[in-house]
Design a protein around this ligand. Structure first.
Ligand code: PNS
Length: 160
């Protein structure tokens, strides 16, 4: 079966990778869909996010990465994927994901599977990573090595 893991991945974290790894174990095939949430301002542009996600999943058989533009339900239908898999950390995630799951199911019957985030990464978020990184902190425990390197590069460029 084919599932889609959608998100902004700005940047991809160990929490995302945990969910993607578990999703491919459950479904056999996963497309990571790197999208844009129009309400968000991004640290990494789409090409960079695609590249960083691609590098992070390169060693995971059954996983590929694509850009998500337009509706998630259309993306899934075009690729014959009947399931969306998302990680669930705390109650506020649930409120949002429930709304998305309902509207996506109403639109095309697309099913959503919510996986509880593993305890180790249970409250990790890209937002926190960006906050710590932006204020000069070390985020290498939370993100793949290439992401940490790129953040460092961005910081060096910004500081001239
Ligand atoms: O990591 P995020 O920011 O929660 O990811 C959000 C994303 C990109 C997965 C979400 O905005 C999305 O699915 N966008 C595609 C447009 C869509 O289908 N929206 C849901 C119906 S309103």
């Amino acid at each position: 079966m084919r599932a889609v893991c959608p998100g902004s991945f700005d940047p991809i974290t160990h929490g995302h990778l945990d969910v993607i790894t578990r999703a491919v174990a459950l479904f056999g095939e996963v497309i990571v869909a790197v999208g844009r949430n129009s309400a968000k301002k991004y640290l990494f542009d789409t090409d960079e996010r695609i590249e960083l996600v691609g590098a992070a999943v390169a060693d995971l058989p059954g996983v590929r990465v694509e850009v998500l533009s337009g509706l998630l339900v259309d993306f899934c239908r075009d690729r014959d994927a009947g399931y969306v898999v998302k990680g669930l950390r705390f109650a506020s995630d649930f409120d949002f994901e429930l709304q998305m799951a309902h509207i996506n199911h109403s639109l095309t019957g697309l099913e959503t599977v919510l996986l509880p985030a593993s305890a180790r990464w249970g409250t990790l978020s890209s937002t926190m990573v960006r906050e710590v990184a932006g204020l000069g902190g070390d985020v290498s425990a939370f993100v793949p090595e290439l992401v940490a390197e790129r953040i460092e590069q961005k910081r060096n460029t910004a500081n001239g």
